[in-house]
Design a protein around this ligand. Structure first.
Ligand SMILES: [Zn+2]
Length: 242
């Protein structure tokens, strides 16, 4: 007797024939319904899988199905808690993929950014705008450390974020605009405080050697946090201290 590894339904019907199934790499079975579901979940992470699952193990498929449940929960919370429209589903998908494991959302709202409809998201780590249109290459992600000022523009529901390099205008921030602004300001403060504490810790112990700093700079360069030129500049400064 075989059961679907997704929904656990018995795959033998009364007359003893298998229902429509797919065989997986580890000789287990997946019912058609769960197969379709798994393909939909792959789309969330931008994988368009049309063939069979014969190269997938039952573990891989179960992991994907669990991810699908997590996404559904995530997306429902968004709609209920922040009144984000269902038409923003692709923005929610983008957010689901961009969020770090230890990153928490503190506020979200439908918004418009450079004529694109989407979702403005305040997390405890970053400020982000996700475009609702699949074709549009947005997320726009802003580091709190780079923000110089956040203002509510005279026109209602318009938040202007000024960074050292850019000005971002988010209009039609319809979900509690003032609260959204307050949350951004609060997170900027928290990041500054954290940085201050870190700086102090840094000065208080001689732990991170110049070598450690060099190493960290190297990983910053690798992750694209700093450019090659910036790296070379910093490296030169450090070597001068030796
Ligand atoms: Zn099933």
């Amino acid at each position: 007797m075989e059961n679907c590894i997704g929904c656990l339904v018995s795959l033998k019907n009364v007359s003893g024939f298998f229902s429509a199934t797919e065989e997986l790499a580890d000789n287990t079975y997946l019912c058609n319904g769960c197969g379709a579901k798994t393909r939909d979940i792959l789309k969330i992470i931008d994988v368009f899988h049309t063939g069979s699952f014969q190269n997938y193990s039952s573990f891989q498929v179960q992991e994907l199905l669990a991810k699908g449940i997590r996404f559904e929960k995530f997306s429902n919370q968004f709609v209920e808690k922040y009144n984000v429209l269902l038409s923003q589903n692709s923005a929610i998908k983008k957010l689901f993929n961009v969020l770090w494991d230890n990153e928490n959302i503190v506020h979200a709202s439908n918004a418009v950014y450079s004529n694109n409809f989407g979702v403005l998201v305040v997390t405890d780590r970053r400020l982000m705008f996700m475009g609702a249109d699949l074709e549009i290459k947005l997320p726009e992600i802003i580091d709190y450390n780079e923000i110089i000022s956040v203002d509510l523009v005279a026109e209602m529901s318009h938040i202007k974020v000024t960074t050292s390099e850019n000005i971002f205008n988010f209009s039609d921030v319809l979900n509690e605009t003032e609260k959204c602004l307050a949350e951004i300001e609060k997170q900027i403060e928290l990041v500054k405080d954290k940085k201050l504490t870190e700086d102090r810790a840094f000065h208080n112990n001689n732990e991170p050697s110049l070598f450690d700093i060099l190493e960290r700079l190297g990983s910053f360069r690798q992750n694209g946090v700093i450019t090659d030129t910036e790296f070379t500049e910093q490296k030169k400064k450090i070597l001068e201290q030796l």
